[in-house]
Design a protein around this ligand. Structure first.
Ligand SMILES: CCCCCCCCCCCCCC(=O)SCCNC(=O)CCNC(=O)[C@H](O)C(C)(C)COP(=O)(O)OP(=O)(O)OC[C@H]1O[C@@H](n2cnc3c(N)ncnc32)[C@H](O)[C@@H]1OP(=O)(O)O
Length: 155
């Protein structure tokens, strides 16, 4: 499976790995892990009951949070791909992206306790602006779609 390779977030430098959504150095956070697979990205997360909206479904803030972190991770990965940076051969990812804008469309309630799958596809890179389209699905049903504008940081 894809877990042989490193997650994008595990390539963030230690001092930038405290993000509540995806930092490997935040023991209380979600520690979301995004993997580059060919020309798309993938991540998984199984929410537990504390993230309930109405019983049986996941609250929208968590959905947005997962899309946010999958989006920035995906943007960094796609930017590396575009610059021919081989992520298999770096210890630290050389490109950092932050969210400027995030749009979430909630299509159907996200079921509680199921393994959620996030996917990302690059729409465009224009200078420092990276647009990524995402889906969040449960058991093959798209529960939410997301669109992120991530900005590549200058050093
Ligand atoms: C947090 C820092 C650590 C970094 C760690 C990395 C790894 C961490 C991983 C954790 C991941 C967690 C991730 C998180 O959650 S990060 C937390 C959430 N995000 C933030 O807090 C970011 C706050 N915002 C900023 O810092 C600045 O506004 C940024 C850096 C985003 C841009 O300010 P900057 O001065 O650099 O650039 P610019 O203003 O010239 O804009 C550039 C271009 O973008 C266009 N534009 C901008 N905004 C919008 C908008 N809303 N809609 C449409 N377009 C927009 C703008 O028109 C321009 O286009 P153009 O005129 O060139 O065509």
């Amino acid at each position: 499976m894809h877990h042989k390779r490193k997650a994008i977030q595990d390539l963030y430098p230690d001092e930038l790995a405290h993000c509540y959504g995806c930092g490997k150095n935040n023991p209380d956070g979600h520690q979301l892990k995004t993997y580059l697979m060919g020309d798309e990205t993938i991540a998984h997360f199984t929410p537990d009951e504390k993230f309930t909206a109405i019983p049986g479904s996941v609250y929208g803030g968590l959905v947005a949070s997962l899309l946010d972190c999958h989006g920035t991770g995906s943007a960094a990965a796609f930017a590396c791909l575009a610059e021919n940076i081989d992520l298999e051969n770096v210890a630290i990812i050389p490109i950092r992206c932050v969210t400027a804008s995030l749009k979430v469309d909630f299509k159907v309630p996200t079921p509680m306790g199921k393994k959620l799958e996030l996917k990302g596809k690059l729409r465009s890179i224009e200078g420092r602006k990276i647009l990524v389209d995402m889906t969040l699905s449960a058991e093959g049903i798209v529960c939410a779609t997301g669109e992120i504008l991530a900005i590549k940081l200058k050093d």
